[in-house]
Design a protein around this ligand. Sequence first.
Ligand SMILES: *Cc1c(COP(=O)(O)O)cnc(C)c1O
Length: 410
Amino acid sequence: MELKNGRFEIQGVDLEKLCQKYDSPLYIYDAQIMKKQVDTLLRGLSGVNCKIKYAMKALSNISVLKYLKTLGVGLDCVSIQEVRTGKMVGYHPSDILFTPNSISFEEIKEAVAERVVINIDNISILEQFGHEYGDQVECCIRLNPHIMAGGSVKISTGHIDSKFGISIYQMRHLLRIIDNYKIKVIGIHVHTGSDILDIGAFLQGAEIIFDAAHSFKDLKFLDFGSGFKVPYQEGDISTDVSELGDQLAIRYKDFCIEYGKELEIWFEPGKFIVSESGILVVRVNSLKTTPASVFAAVNSGLNHLIRPMMYDAHHEVVNLTNTEGHKRIYTVVGYICETDTFGSDRKLHDVREGDLLAIKNAGAYGMSMASNYNSRLKPAEVMILDGEDHLIRRREELEDLFPTQLEIEC
Ligand SMILES: *Cc1c(COP(=O)(O)O)cnc(C)c1O
């Protein structure tokens, strides 16, 4: 979003007018930013025969998925429902990777029937898979390399006590099962959940995968998961994709010679593609001065954007309707009956009741984690594509809360 003549706009669309048209709270996505991010990935990683599988859990609106498909990405899906949504939108099954966790073998069977690429992250499930399909259905194996490059345990999935993946220390056991059932392993996957902050550290981790790859003879791809970082506040770094691509390419070329075949390299960015494209626009319901703070209370809350409360995530807040004058310190809070803070002690242009605030970097894990807590209704979503706004999800109404509920006689 850009400030032009004192007004914020996206691709020339005035944001205040947009909120008059669709009301608030409103999720607004800038398709141009999604495209820019995908281009950055494809260009930066072109030296490693790269395929992008967008992690759709970050933002799963079908219009967003349809748009991303035009950019040439595939999907990384974590549930059979995501798989079916992806297929419904038109993704080819071979472009969909199913990377679930803690699911039943029944769900794996359903995904096999959908003909998508199956990623298995549990020895017990792999045994059942081998028993059921033998060498008839190809699969990918999710390894846990036990890398933990900083970050909080909540969003790191590679550490020793993690429920994700098959431990690299279980390699012997893993290979025995594969050999026994003649399972055709076409991919190895690692997603540690930690950010790629330091390319050197990433490459060290990658070494474990290159090493492990030699134990599998039928590979078609290596999947490095995600870890692509976007800046949430000033001073944050973003993953330097072209540097990563250049460095990885050097090692990759050697690996391909050793392995005897050019494998595809897959990545599964979610956040990197959609985070910066999205804002959540909220309206200030009231101001409240307490002995300690000035609260700006808005018509939204952790029911619409849970990242600040769940992950301590920092999201920039901007006053859309007062863009000049001096700034004051506010704590921006939601209307949910919980401690529900979007941002503490933020410097904003004089906030008045009725002002619109934009919460930035809200494209990823915003709407896709929204709920109806407090019986509040979910916001509408708008995507701006080629300079035009498109409503891609209507605002919920009270009636939307009841279709799945049954009322008993009492
Ligand atoms: C969530 C997830 C991703 C995407 O992570 P981001 O931080 O949004 O890029 C990729 N792969 C798997 C397996 C995931 O669970």
